[in-house]
Design a protein around this ligand. Structure first.
Ligand code: FCB
Length: 451
């Protein structure tokens, strides 16, 4: 077979990476599974949000998505065919615990049990994310993440999932990108549940972190191997050396990164951020000890970095476009920001890290055979893998890289318009076709292993 993309792979983009570096691909439940009514699953906040007029591009939804729920064994063979070490997927809370309370739904849980078995027998390590944004609607109805009780419900759900998969899954991450849940979901209203209240978003931040901590304690006591959380981060650079611009970047970094990592690692919220937000967080006695339960791995999702300047309102840093090439999301392509971020996280927080997401949407053009020659995506991924290698050479402890995403899928408020996959999905036929980037990724992994 022709190895497409071999040339790009032959430049050593993996220089600096450890020999036992873990290579993977990532997805999330609502974005790929479909089968929203199958086997006792109830509604999540995304099922509801997709029905709000104007909320999602083209009124699309995850009802069918990539139909992964019904095509899982073939998808696992495809994953194994890429030669990856690991597959990061998320568990749908309303599938395994409908309504977010009460006992395990055995039929829903069986899907993940079969998925894990398929992966293990194909030689691929399962990497679980417990929460990738699909809160059971009933929990939103009783307050959602701004309500403290949701944190306790999450820990209970984590233990239920562990009772089914704990014997076979080595790595457990609690939340995916709590910044998105809190800020996009409860402040900007562009993600489910679509609320627009800054005070609620700040309550959500604390309760997401508390839910993480309670789940981490529960999972620790159940003996999980490796425990982590995934955050989305980038570098926040001041546009100039003016005091206003430096302050704008400090604020953006505070609300984007430090408000999560300081309590998680150092057991305290950063004083400057508490002052910036101007509302008090609902912190109860003992919460910060729970939140700072030791972690084994920090999942880093990286797509871009931003430059900020101060605006008329100091509380609202202004993004300054840098005239760099952008992806189809309009996100600037800044691989050097990934190196800088990883080195900074290493210095400030000292945790082993794994890139749990990195990748790009481009306006793919498929040939009549469905093949996409996505040199732009190859170049994006290659430059970011190189950036990780540089960070390792500078001392950062980065142990793995998961490409986002295994396949094109439901890109939240953008519906199916934005394609992040290294595998193309034809949504009419559900046919999967490896893009040039998938071939390139497989060759690069192969080469890194010295095979
Ligand atoms: C991240 C999400 C993931 C996907 C990518 C493009 O913020 O975790 O589900 O949407 O962005």
């Amino acid at each position: 077979m022709t190895i497409v993309g071999q040339e790009a792979a032959s430049a050593d983009v993996t220089a600096g990476l450890p020999a036992d570096f873990c290579w993977g691909v990532a997805t999330s439940a609502y974005q790929i599974e479909g089968a929203v009514d199958a086997d006792g699953r109830t509604q999540s906040i995304w099922d509801t949000f997709c029905r709000v007029p104007g909320a999602v591009f083209n009124s699309e939804n995850g009802d069918v998505a990539c139909d992964h729920y019904h095509r899982m064994p073939a998808d696992v063979s495809m994953i194994a065919g890429l030669g990856v070490d690991a597959y990061r997927f998320s568990v749908s809370w309303p599938r395994v615990q409908p309504g977010g309370r009460g006992p395990l739904n055995r039929r829903g849980a069986d899907f993940y049990s079969r998925l894990v078995d398929e992966l293990l027998s194909a030689g691929v390590q399962p990497w679980i994310t417990l929460y990738h944004w699909d809160l059971p609607q009933e929990l939103e109805d009783s307050g959602g993440w701004p309500a403290r009780d949701t944190a306790y419900r999450f820990a209970e759900y984590a233990s239920l999932v562990h009772s089914v998969l704990g014997d076979r899954v080595p790595t457990w991450t609690t939340l995916n990108e709590p910044w998105c849940s809190a800020m996009l979901g409860y402040h900007q209203g562009v993600h489910a549940p679509g609320r627009r209240d800054f005070g609620d978003a700040m309550k959500a931040v604390h309760h997401l972190l508390l839910g993480h901590g309670l789940a981490a304690q529960a999972l620790r006591s159940l003996g999980v191997g490796e425990l982590g959380i995934t955050l989305n981060m980038g570098c926040a650079t001041p546009f100039s050396s003016s005091a206003a611009d430096i302050d704008a970047a400090r604020r953006a970094d505070g609300l984007g990164t430090r408000i999560y990592l300081d309590p998680l690692v150092h057991g305290r919220y950063p004083a400057d951020v508490l002052e910036d937000i101007g509302v008090s967080l609902p912190v109860a006695e003992g919460d910060l000890e729970i939140i700072s339960t030791p972690l084994d791995v920090l999942g880093v999702n990286y797509y871009s970095s931003l430059t900020f300047r101060g605006g008329d309102d100091p509380a609202s840093p202004v993004v300054v476009p840098q005239s760099l090439p952008v992806t189809a999301m309009g996100w600037e392509i800044v691989p050097s920001g990934l190196t800088d971020l990883l080195v900074r996280l290493h210095n400030d927080y000292g945790l082993p890290m794994v890139i749990t997401e990195n990748g790009a949407a481009f306006d793919d053009v498929a040939g009549s055979d469905g093949f996409v020659a996505d040199a732009d995506r190859v170049s994006y991924i290659a430059s970011h893998i190189e950036a990780v290698g540089k960070a390792c050479s500078l001392g950062a402890d980065v142990r793995g890289y998961f490409a986002w995403s295994l396949m094109d899928n439901f890109e939240w408020a953008y519906g199916y318009a934005k394609r992040f996959g290294i595998v193309r999905v034809d949504y009419e036929t559900q046919e999967r076709v490896l893009k040039q980037s998938a071939h390139w990724y497989r060759d690069t992994i192969h080469q890194h292993r010295g095979l």
